[in-house]
Design a protein around this ligand. Structure first.
Ligand code: SF4
Length: 314
């Protein structure tokens, strides 16, 4: 099966007074139909920039400097902005942005805001009917269309936002930290909703979060990002059972466990993206760092099955 979305060596740089920040550095990723791909890493690892890159929403001082993004085999980075906007953005690839709970305009009703998306993208059917259908799809009562954002709970707002993202029937949904700021019960309900949508609509999902425990609930495949690069990728279950990269191991240890009375943090800080350490970008924080790690950058390479790891230990 060929992937629905295939990213090859994507690099996104930001030109700042401190130098060139390599926010996404030669990242490759594949997403198949009806698959949930998890992208995990601490804040500042480049996950959200990667998502914005896929949506072609990188604004100056940022720029996509290299790489290819294939959607059904077509390199969508070669599309003009108007072509990408009319054919791909929201129609084929939609996104729930980080902080989307505050994304609705407070003075307009939910239904009006979803209708606006339909209007802008020249939806041909009946707007009111489509809004009702979308709200039902995300398990909200159609009467929510007549309510203002402040009248909804956080979970209801997130469902309404998912409805808006699905307005034009996309094939791919990118969810950037969609459950942050929600309580754990509401988080679990949103995860279940996304699983149902994946099954019922045949959606493919890229799920971005710093929360490894959440990803264990939903993702089929995992990509672990650190300081702009992919450190490890492979089948989610395999990575959970047996993380190989020292950074993935530390991320796993940082998961809250009901049997532990403490959460272990990862020592040290993410490096300055304009001034990455030489060699392995994780070497400043890695408990296993060796001499070679500080001299030469390890490439992401296959070590077994579909597992890829960027580390000199393998
Ligand atoms: Fe640690 Fe070296 Fe592996 Fe980097 S390459 S993660 S420093 S052991």
């Amino acid at each position: 099966m060929s992937p629905i979305l295939s990213i090859e060596n994507l690099s996104i740089h930001f030109y700042t007074p401190k130098g060139v920040r390599k926010a996404v550095d030669r990242v490759s990723l594949e997403l198949n139909k009806k698959e949930v791909v998890g992208v995990a890493g601490e804040s500042g690892s480049g996950k959200s920039t990667l998502a914005l890159g896929i949506m072609r929403l990188i604004a100056p001082p940022g720029e996509i400097v290299d790489g290819k993004i294939f959607y059904h085999g077509d390199d969508i980075l070669r599309y003009s902005e108007s072509e990408f906007n009319s054919k791909i953005r929201w129609k084929k690839i939609a996104m729930i942005f980080q902080g989307s709970l505050n994304g609705f305009t407070p003075v307009f009703k939910i239904g009006e805001q979803i209708e606006e998306v339909l209007e802008v993208h020249e939806y041909k059917g009946d707007f009111k009917e489509r809004v009702k259908e979308l709200l039902k799809m995300v398990e909200l009562d159609p009467s929510v269309a007549d309510r203002y954002p402040h009248e909804l709970s956080g979970g209801m707002k997130q469902r309404a936002f998912i409805a808006m993202a699905l307005a034009l029937n996309p094939e791919i949904l990118i969810c950037d930290e969609p459950t942050t700021a929600l309580d754990v019960i509401t988080q679990a309900k949103i995860i279940n909703l996304l699983k149902t949508l994946k099954k019922d609509l045949g959606l493919s999902i890229i799920f971005i979060t710093h929360d490894m425990a959440l990803l264990s609930e939903i993702s089929d495949k995992l990509y672990i990002m650190y300081a702009g690069g992919i450190m490890e990728s492979g089948n989610s279950l395999d990575i959970y059972k047996n993380p190989k990269h020292p950074y993935t191991q530390l991320l796993m240890e940082a998961i809250a466990d009901i049997n532990k009375d403490y959460i272990k943090g990862i020592p040290g800080f993410m490096p300055d993206l304009a001034n990455l350490p030489s060699g392995c970008r994780f070497s400043d924080r890695c408990p296993y760092a060796m001499d070679i790690c500080r001299r030469k950058e390890p490439e992401l390479k296959k070590i077994e099955g579909d597992r890829n790891v960027a580390c000199w230990l393998y």
